[in-house]
Ligand binder design. Structure first.
Ligand code: FES
Length: 539
């Protein structure tokens, strides 16, 4: 018997200018792609449906659409027989049905191009000027960029671009400009203009997560951010936000006093006026450092339990939400795992996100040197912070070319799930009657390991967790603290706000500290790291 599934297609008629949703019952065959589904509709059910495709082999980039709201390439994305919605690529003007107008990005490309002398003689009227900022050729990885299909999925997935006016900065054009390799300054030297594209990037990495061709846009974005700051100079505010570890170390000398100071509305208004630190989002709280109670271990122990963890606390669990750090240690020890805290420094992400690539690289080198002896003695490096684990696992190698921690670093829940799957440990979980909503940090999504904490939390009796499907909370580390960026940040966080209002959970959960703060700000609800729930369930 033929199996069918329901396909809802968001349609647009350019003549009547009417949008509608049309439902089709489509035959399902094994290994069916979204593009085959659209072809089946057009060939058998409705020949008026318009969409683009050409190569049918993930090479030309023409077939990008939204599958259940997420931008994908239709020709290499499978359907599984469950009902789906197919729409035009989000955040682009629709021409007809699933065909969108991509020319807005081209305008931005030409605006960047006009900053060089390369189009002289052929562009009549462009006002040539020196590029705002130029990325050195040595930093450009053409192999990486050459994988770009020009499908615009990255731009469609960028939550920040979606809140900016048309023809604005976007990830696709950054790749196009950097990979063109033909631009020259007036002096004939290659020029790779990066402009404000970089300044408006929050490094949330949704572009990289969505890219169907595996282009490491993170590397291009981080390096262009660095080039922009080098040329334009770094604001004092951005230097402070980048050096969060230093600020934490100082503030946690007298945490009570500093918590009172940063909560004071007059202080916040003064910070906004003098340093452009927005007074809107909650600031982190300061705690007595985790390491004041739990000593830092200088050397790895050669003997000990079968499973050993070198805990990378990150700044947040060390200086801000130390409860999450304590709960992580308690959970691991309860599961019979040896935990030690090696010497370490900030993972470098706040520095990178604020354009200080040189100091971020120093931190990366020092962390790899400090953790390598532990890894060599059989320790797994585990972190409660998804941004820290992303840096250690992927960005050290991808952005700085520093190897050594990729295969031995785990997100905490990923590590526990692995030991459970290998029958190395058993989880005995007791009831935690509670209704919660979970926000997936962008830097967990970019690790492409699913939602490991959801896997764990769903095993807890009487515990209800709704995993919200939001693009980004809008805070994105230090981005939401920048006064000029706050309106965009707030608009990005609207989706999260609406989800929390709809779900009305008792508490919000997320592994990422800044995401937790934004969850609290949009809902007024208490928030926590999911490891705190796990600790409760293990009692
Ligand atoms: S049809 Fe060419 S990439 Fe999908």
């Amino acid at each position: 018997m033929t199996q069918t599934f329901k396909v809802v297609v968001d349609r647009y008629n350019p003549e009547t200018k009417e949008a509608s949703a049309q439902t089709y019952a489509v035959e399902f065959v094994p290994s069916q792609t979204v593009l085959q589904t659209l072809n089946l509709i057009r060939d058998n059910l409705d020949d008026s449906l318009s969409f683009r495709s050409s190569c049918q082999g993930a090479k030309c980039g023409s077939c990008a659409v939204a599958l259940n709201g997420r931008p994908v390439l239709a020709c290499n994305t499978m359907v599984d027989g469950r009902d789906i919605t197919i729409g035009p690529l989000p955040n682009f003007p629709v021409i007809s049905d699933l065909i969108v107008d991509r020319s807005q990005s081209e305008d931005y490309f030409f605006a960047m191009l006009s900053q060089t002398g390369s189009c002289e003689g052929s562009c009549n009227g462009h006002n040539h000027k020196e590029p705002e900022a130029v990325l050195a050729e040595s930093k450009i990885d053409y192999d990486n960029l050459s994988r770009c299909l020009g499908c615009m999925v990255c731009t469609s997935a960028c939550p920040y671009n979606a809140q900016m006016s048309e023809n604005g900065p976007n990830p696709s054009m950054l790749v196009t400009v950097l990979s063109s390799g033909v631009l020259t300054n007036k002096d004939g030297q290659p020029a790779f203009p990066v402009g404000q594209n970089s300044d408006y990037c929050s490094l949330c990495l949704n572009c990289y997560t969505a890219c169907p061709a595996g282009v490491h846009l993170n590397r291009a974005n981080a390096q262009s951010k660095g080039a922009y700051i080098q040329t334009k100079g770094q604001k004092l505010r951005d230097r402070l936000l980048g050096h969060a570890e230093f600020a934490d170390k100082v503030a946690t000398l007298t945490p009570g006093l500093n918590n009172a100071v940063v909560k004071n509305s007059l202080v916040r208004k003064t910070l906004e006026k003098t340093l452009s630190i927005s007074s809107q989002p909650s600031l982190v709280k300061f705690s007595k450092p985790l390491t004041s109670e739990r000593a830092v271990d200088k050397e790895p122990s050669p003997i000990g339990k079968k499973h050993k963890v070198a805990f990378f606390t990150g700044c947040y669990a060390r200086y801000n939400d130390t409860e999450a750090g304590k709960d992580a240690i308690a959970v691991l020890e309860k599961l019979g795992i040896q935990v030690e805290i090696p010497e370490q420094s900030c993972c470098g992400l706040p520095l990178m996100a604020n354009g200080d690539m040189a100091t971020a690289e120093q931190k990366a080198r020092s962390n790899v040197a400090a953790l390598k002896p532990w890894v060599d003695k059989g320790y797994a490096v585990v972190s409660t912070c998804t941004s820290c684990s992303l840096m250690l696992k992927a960005e050290y190698q991808e952005v700085f070319g520093i190897e050594g921690l990729t295969d031995c670093t785990y997100d905490l829940a990923e590590y526990i799930n692995k030991l459970v799957a290998d029958n190395e440990i058993e989880l005995e979980l007791t009831s935690v009657p509670m209704r919660t909503a979970y926000h997936t940090p962008c830097h967990l999504k970019s690790q492409k390991i699913g939602m490991p904490f959801i896997e764990l939390l769903e095993k807890i009796p009487d515990f209800k967790v709704d995993a919200m499907d939001n693009k980004c909370c809008g805070q994105s580390g230090s981005y939401g603290y920048k006064a000029e960026k706050y309106p965009i940040s707030e608009a990005v966080g609207q989706e999260l706000k609406e989800s929390m209002q709809e779900l009305k959970p008792e508490i919000g959960l997320s592994e990422c500290g800044p995401c937790q703060l934004r969850m609290h700000d949009v809902s007024g609800l208490p928030v926590a790291h999911p490891v705190s729930i796990l600790r409760r369930a293990l009692k």
